[in-house]
Ligand binder design. Structure first.
Ligand SMILES: Nc1ncnc2c1ncn2[C@@H]1O[C@H](COP(=O)(O)OP(=O)(O)O)[C@@H](O)[C@H]1O
Ligand SMILES: [Mg+2]
Length: 445
């Protein structure tokens, strides 16, 4: 067995961690484990120090403050947390749209500089599988105002926060293989592993009877399903299973003569009509481009100043591994539009304003907020249970109908968060920080 360097532990810390004094001890950082000499120093404070040789072997950089714990299960000291933010590429330009993944990664990196532990961004090509290290990147602001990425070698992390931000990125073989290999590492925890598909989400949520009254009826789009759904509902939403940003959504209604009128949301909106479900399928074939679609009961969404709105919730796990509402705002659809995505011209407003206009009484508003939270909790727990994956954040779109009943419109496993906000800056910052705090919890600290 190779013994590398020393770890100095104050006797107070040894007491606190509840470990026996022994000549040798294993120390872990991320996925790296090193056996080292244990030296106990008389000190009333709970302090520890790694010898330079040990720090080097564990790829621990001097300037960072790391936490320490005793991992009973594996009988080793653990310093960290080491958190890797997995991305497809590094943002290289000086300026990014506040809604872009580039701006998001820079913002995340800036926040991580204020937290204990080694937190870095990495891409598939930065991993060295032979020695379980990674070239990790963090963003430093320079005096010129233009930041740069500083890279260092780190251990493969305790926790991977998946920020692969597009479905095409996720589908790339290199990304898929890297993900599988990471998940196989014995000490590594991985969260927000993949995009969700609208149909799969619906199937997962159906396993929870409590949720049924909040789920619009949904089926995979086929001519038969469309026919059946037309008989039951006044309005239908036909949506790409893997869509986002409101793109490709078709809103369908049927008049007394049986003619279907539909409105397609693409880069441009357009209206058309069809004689039957089969005719609709033919006429929209090109738009649907062989992609999987669902057909969903249209909810008679409540309006604010004449425009339908929904509630977007960023639901996140916190420092204690518990779900909480990280951010909540209403999105009011653009005039005349039936989708309220911000990218389709929707406008963000504090939910307070909308709730007051809709429910008026304080106790009713409180009751509705409680219900919203309960729906979010049930959705998150069901998805985790059925998929057997860990999620640290989810984006939920909820809608109220005209009677004030809550409906779940969509669940997004990779919600994009803007770094710019007309709402609270503190809430925005916390919404970015929380997944890193959850990572710290997942790492065991
Ligand atoms: N079943 C529905 N009933 C009423 N409005 C809907 C329905 N489905 C979608 N919408 C409207 O369209 C928007 C986009 O739909 P969503 O399912 O969230 O797809 P996307 O992934 O494109 O965001 C919603 O925010 C909502 O405003
Ligand atoms: Mg949506």
């Amino acid at each position: 067995m190779q013994v590398v360097g020393k770890i100095f532990l104050s006797n107070r810390l040894v007491e606190r961690l509840g470990i026996n004094v022994q000549p040798l001890i294993k120390v872990r950082a991320g996925c790296l484990v090193v056996t080292t000499e244990m030296v106990v120093t008389p000190d009333n404070r709970t302090t520890y120090m790694l010898s330079p040789a040990l720090a080097q072997a564990l790829y621990i950089h001097r300037q960072k403050r790391l936490l320490i714990r005793y991992d009973y299960e594996n009988a080793m000291l653990h310093v960290g947390p080491t958190i890797g933010i997995f991305a497809t590429g590094l943002p290289r330009r000086g300026y990014y749209e506040p809604t872009s993944i580039g701006a998001e990664l820079i913002f995340l990196s800036n926040i991580s500089n204020t937290m204990p532990g080694q937190i870095y961004i990495f891409t598939p090509t930065s991993i060295n599988w032979d020695n379980l290290t990674v070239r990790g990147y963090s963003y430093r602001h320079s005096n010129s105002g233009k930041g740069t990425w500083i890279s260092s070698l780190y251990p493969l992390p305790d926790v991977v926060y998946d920020r692969v931000s597009t479905r095409t990125g996720e589908a790339r073989e290199q990304i898929r293989n890297t993900k599988i290999k990471l998940m196989q590492q014995p000490y590594l925890k991985y969260f927000n592993p993949s995009f969700l598909n609208k149909w799969k989400v619906h199937e997962m949520l159906l396993t929870n009877p409590w949720l049924h009254k909040h789920l619009p009826e949904t089926r995979p789009l086929t001519t038969e399903n469309l026919e059946a759904m037309l008989k039951k509902h006044k309005t239908l939403y036909v949506k790409p299973s893997n869509g986002s940003l409101g793109l490709g959504i078709i809103r369908v209604t049927q008049d007394q003569k049986g003619t279907l009128h539909y409105l397609v949301h693409r880069t441009k909106r357009f209206r058309s009509s069809a004689e039957s479900a089969a005719d609709f399928m033919t006429k929209t074939r090109k738009i649907r481009a062989d992609k999987p679609y669902i057909v969903q009961e249209g909810i008679d969404i409540a309006t604010y100043h004449g425009s339908p709105f929904d509630i977007r919730i960023i639901f996140q796990k916190n420092r204690y591994g518990q779900w909480q509402i990280g951010k909540k705002f209403a999105r009011v659809a653009a005039r005349g539009s039936s989708v309220s995505n911000l990218s389709s011209g929707g406008k963000a407003l504090p939910t307070k304003i909308i709730m007051r206009a809709m429910f008026r009484k304080a106790d009713l508003i409180e009751e509705k907020n409680k219900q919203i939270k309960e729906v979010c909790c049930q959705v998150a727990k069901t998805i985790e249970k059925v998929s057997q994956m860990t999620y640290g954040e989810l984006g939920l779109d909820l809608g109220f109908d005209k009677n004030g009943h809550i409906w779940l419109i969509e669940v997004n496993s990779k919600p994009r968060k803007t770094t710019q906000t007309e709402l609270s800056k503190i809430i925005m910052r916390n919404a970015f920080k929380r997944p890193l705090e959850f990572s710290t919890y997942l790492a065991g600290f």
